[in-house]
Design a protein around this ligand. Sequence first.
Ligand SMILES: Cc1ncc(COP(=O)(O)O)c(C=O)c1O
Length: 369
Amino acid sequence: MTQHPFIPLDEPLLGGNERKYLNQCIDTNWISWQGEFGGRLEKAMAGYCETKHALAIVNGTYALVLALQALGVGPDDEVICPTLTMSATAFAATTVGAKVVWVDNAPHSLTLDPADVARKITAKTKAVLAVHLYGRAADMERLLAVTKPKNIPVIEDVAEGFAAKTSGRRVGGWGTIACHSFHNKILASGEGGAVTLNDDRLAAKLNELRTPPPDNAGGTVIALNNRMSNLAAAVALAQLERVDELVETRRKVAKLYDQYFAGVPGLETFKERDNEWCVFWRYQIALTPGHPLTNKELVARLRKHNIESRPIFTLMSDHPYYKPLSSGEYPNARLVSEQSLDLPSSPRLTPEQIERVAKTVIECVANKR
Ligand SMILES: Cc1ncc(COP(=O)(O)O)c(C=O)c1O
């Protein structure tokens, strides 16, 4: 078998001002959080998400932890979270001592079902985590119709969905607080994160929570250092300057895959909802139920052809920490999780590489490879 060059799942595309801004950090000797790029990034993030405030945070995980802390979530509180998500979403709620209450996905979807959120709300619900998973936008309009009348704050987890839209508006400005990650996501700065929000009081609280008091004086909270370095902010800003181009490239990759996979027996793709505009941080396919191959077997076959892919997340309610604590059923999320896989989705992919991935997938699914 001829061995073709390796195609990775994802790679950052660093072709803008990243190097120039990093050189500026080094030339000016400002590499820690005090440099100019943190503030510039925050202004640009608030502008892009159309919020009053943005604060750069060390990473997306701690953006979530601080958001929950700022909202006063703690022991005895319940936090609603989709079971299909990356671990950090749920772990953040557990880290502040709250009980995680799982919700299912909407049918044939990668994001949460607002109707299931409505069923899971109790007097103890202190927040809902709305995850824009894999570059798909959760249906914020339907979700807020459930949470707003009950005054329940929604925290958007935008880690994988930056720049996606729902009901014509970008994610990151719908919820009470939105949490962002720059770890090889739509924007890539190595590590990094941010929160975006409109509420002045919460913004001041979040600032207090990310900043240890200088000389140990002042402040009213236990504040660990959760700031982002000037170096990471410099790279994130350069990425944000060209985000629309990065996202359009990802959408073109997805469109090409859609064309190759249309009508292929044994395979399904995930369509955008009518009110949704996806950014395809990862492109997924699903094997039809009953297909003789599992998603893990397909991943192994593609690996033999030097193509990296990955089964999508397993359900967090099945994680060994949470499993003994919950007994619910999440049929929509389970079906998607068991049948689906991520294909290479980098904005660096060439049309030839996309063709090679798609044709290899189609032949593997037809059991010809
Ligand atoms: C959905 C989701 N939330 C939160 C995070 C955490 O972000 P970070 O890796 O920046 O801590 C990630 C990271 O992969 C994620 O995918």
